[in-house]
Write a protein that binds this ligand. Structure first.
Ligand SMILES: [Zn+2]
Length: 174
């Protein structure tokens, strides 16, 4: 018998086994639960993304540079922008996008006229941008009356002081 015939026989056997398993109560239950889980996950994904889009839509964005990459073909830096308040970030790769990033992408596509003008703060990578968001939230929660511009001024001063301290420490080590 050739390989094709063998395989045909194997397929028939596996099919028979599958059909008999489908009659088992627990197996039936597993299939139903699995389908339900898929449905719930899909629903969750949609609601979660809707929530993020809603948050972005209600936000008076406060943009900063959230990172940059160097484009070797164009010989220039490409800058990304993020909002310190709602987390909207233009930095993502479509193929590796998280649920959150997919929602941002949907929001960005629907709102072509977003003014990304940066407030003057910048971060060299996403992790630092997230730290910046945390700092914004902390200052705002402790000083409700401060405007966004004032908070940015405080953050800039903090950054300057920290970088001066870092330099000093490095110099002292020499
Ligand atoms: Zn925002």
């Amino acid at each position: 018998m050739n390989k094709l015939e063998d395989l045909k026989k194997d397929i028939e056997e596996v099919k028979r086994r599958r059909n008999s398993l489908l009659k088992v109560k627990e197996v039936k239950e597993f299939i139903a639960v699995d389908k339900k889980l898929d449905r719930y996950l899909e629903e969750y994904k949609e609601l979660y993304q809707d929530e993020i889009i809603k948050k972005c839509s209600c936000c008076k964005h406060l943009f900063v540079v959230s990172g940059s990459t160097y484009d070797i073909f164009e010989d220039m830096n490409h800058y990304y922008y993020g909002c310190l308040k709602c987390g909207l970030d233009t930095l993502y790769k479509e193929e590796y996008a998280t649920l959150e990033q997919k929602a941002y992408s949907a929001y960005i596509n629907k709102n072509r006229l977003i003014d990304y003008r940066s407030s003057g703060m910048w971060y060299s990578n996403h992790d630092d941008f997230v730290k910046g968001m945390e700092m914004y939230a902390q200052i705002k929660s402790e000083n409700e009356e401060l405007t966004d511009e004032e908070i940015i001024e405080i953050m800039k001063i903090k950054r300057d002081v920290e970088s001066r301290l870092r330099k000093k420490k490095l110099e002292n080590r020499k």
